[in-house]
Every structure is written in structure tokens, then in C-alpha cells.
Design a protein around this ligand. Sequence first.
Ligand code: PLP
Length: 443
Amino acid sequence: MTHVFHRQIHADYPTAVAGDGCYIVDADGRRYLDASGGAAVSCLGHSDRHVIDAVVAQLQTLPFAHTGFFTNRPLERLADMLTTAAPGPLDHVYFVSGGSEAIEAALKMARQYFLEIGQPARSRLIARRQSYHGNTLGALATGGNQWRRAQFEPMLVDVSHIAPCYEYRDRAEGESLEDYGRRVADELEAEILRLGPETVAAFVAEPVVGATAGALAPVPGYFKRIREICDRYGVLLILDEVMCGMGRTGSLFAYEQEGIVPDLVTVAKGLGAGYQPIGATLVHDRLYDAFRDGTGFFQHGHTYMGHPAACAAAVAVQERLTESGMMPGVDLRSDQLFAALRDRFGGHPHVGDIRGRGLFIGLEFVADRATKAPFDPARGVGATLKKAAMAEGLMVYPMGGTIDGRRGDHCLIAPPFIISEAQVAELVDKLAAALDAVLPEAK
Ligand code: PLP
């Protein structure tokens, strides 16, 4: 009997005892190829000496110093590194311990910013239906995933949700990518006008949607249009890069590929790469200056923010991510993985879409490729695939959920950036075997 309150109480989890490159090893000696980085966390695999040594060295020097009393060296260094790397005047960083905390900080910062500049009516948030921004109440209210939200609806603040940018399902026949992007982006303007622009604080979106839709990338021009609309009405743009950031899509920040600069950006997961829990909110100078010249105090905080060991890990991760070969390596393995997936599943009767960017790739499963009809939820394709893949010694991140009254089964593939060409082949072979077990009729 376990005394741990596992999230899935009846699940029979193997015990992980070791990490070895792209693999996790269980207590029976079984090896699992971690093709999802857990949930897009482990970008450097599970035994990076440089990061491990940095954490150990920090713990031996200074394990903890509360940020209400001190700043610390790894904290200052990490802020320097991230703000130097982030395009645009995002020159300040607020450090927390994970993705949900980074989102909560961004939401509160947006709200307090408008108080600082004398626009107290601005508190409303707009986000998208196909989105996940975390499980704490503010972050949960912001996300659109009904499966995660349903039980807590009475406790959630009222957030407006507009359409996601979901080309595979929503682009009309004959509609160009640009026209489609403009049409869905314009829903933001309509919603701002409906709410009253003077009441809206921020729009929140993942540049590439992860946990609710399996690596949904925006169409060209979508985020440029979103930025224009935010600017027209004085609304802040918060980009959630908790999953898609830190090199996952082939650039350190996913927003770099959209040619825009957001007002706030959240990162986590790959920031600590699993070696330590850490998240961060990057802040535009305009916002920081308003706080500095206003109350000089952000009304928010957590005990473990700016934790020295977590920051030391993230500094070492940044050093690895910014090595000259790292991002070209992501591009190379991305090409190999996309090619192998398309080769193996491009004609699969139940794989409707293979999509994504960099090493952030999604497969969408359908009952019928021609009509794109999803599977009956009772069949639990996502959950069964996770089990079948584990039986093959493979970790992928499958999901099935109801968003916008719409059901779908997806699988997210987000392997460590250090994955080899042979491991790419192993990944696809094991995924094919798992899919055959789940959908035997397609064999
Ligand atoms: N935002 C996004 C885009 C995420 O994918 C997640 C987690 O999956 C979160 C926020 C929440 O992060 P955490 O689980 O670290 O609180």
C-alpha cells in the first residue's frame, strides 16, 4: 500500500530509479525512451553532468537565501542570460518555481500594471478555448480545457475565451492560411469591443499550443494581427511559453518565429530541464518602469522564488542550450523525426494530422481521416496509447479532452534535444507498435 496520494489513485506506476541520457530506468531494470521529456521538460535528457555539477556546487555553497532578505548570484546571472537572449525590451525577470506560478505572476502583474498607470477598470482577461495555462485557480480559469476546469467552475474567475488557431480543423475550404489567421485573430477584437476596451487587461496565448492540442502552431501572420489588435486597444499580450519555450520549437523563445514582441512571457519546464523546479515571467521594460516609478512593489510572492539551487541549474541549462550546436541539432533531429513520422504514419487510417515545430510534434488521431471525425471518447485512445507505449518502453504524452464541446485524441512528442538518429528510429518503431496495439484494425 502506498501512502502517496498519486494523481491517478488506481494506476500501477513503475518506480523510476535512474536517468540515463534519453532513458528512464525503473526498479526492474526496464528502460523507457523518454520521447515526451515527461511533459516537454527534459530537454537535456536525464544525466547532464554540467547541470548536475552546477546544482551540487550551489548546494555546497548556498542552498537557500530568502529573496525578501537577499538577492543571490545564480539568480542575477540567470536574469542576465534570459534578458540578453530574449528579443525585444524584455529586460526584467520574475522567478518562481513552475509554470502555473509563472502564469499567476503574469496575470497579477498585468492587473497591477494598470493600477500603477491609473487605469483601474482594466482587469478582464481574454484567452483561447484550446489552451492550458496551469492548474492553480487563476491559471485554470485562463485555460480553456473543459476537462480540467469542469469540477472547479464555481471557483474560477470569469475569463473570455475566443477560438484557437487550429488550422487542421477550422480552416474553411478554399480559405488561405492568411485569411484564416486573420479571421480567428479578429475574434480578439470583437471580444475586446464586446467587453469594453477600457476593462480589458490582457490576452493570453501559447505561441504553439501544447497540452490540449498536441503542438498546434499558428498560421503565418496570426500573432502579428493579435499584436496589432492588442496595441490598438491598449491590451497586454501575455505569451505562455511554459511548454513551447526554451528551444523546444527550434529557437530559444517560440515568439521569435512570429516576428512580434510580447509584453510578458512565461517559461518553465525546459528552463530547469527537470534538474530543479523553476519558472519565470519575463517583463517588458514599459511594465517594469511603471512599477519602478509607481509603488515600487509587486504585490505577490512565494517562499521559493529565486531559489539559488534552482537558478544555478537553470544557468547551467542556459549554458548548454546556447552552445553553438544545440539549436541546429534540434532542427536536424526535427527534420529526421518529422520525415520518419510522415513516412510511417502519413498513410495511417487513424492519424489525421502530423504537425508542430522543432522537437515539439503532435499527432492527431481520428476515427475517419476523410471526415476528421474523432474517436468515441469511451474508447479512450489517448489513455490506452500511453499504457501501450509504456509497455513498449516508450514515454509519449497522449491526451484526449473536450475543448469547445469538441472531442479529440492527440499525442505529443517532445524528446530531449540530445536524441540521436538511432533513437529517433527507435521512437517511431515503438510508437508504431503501441499504435498497432491500440488500433489493431488499422494494422
Ligand atoms: N502553461 C503551459 C502552456 C503548460 O503546458 C503548463 C503545464 O503543462 C503550465 C502552464 C503549467 O505548468 P506547471 O505544471 O509547471 O504548473
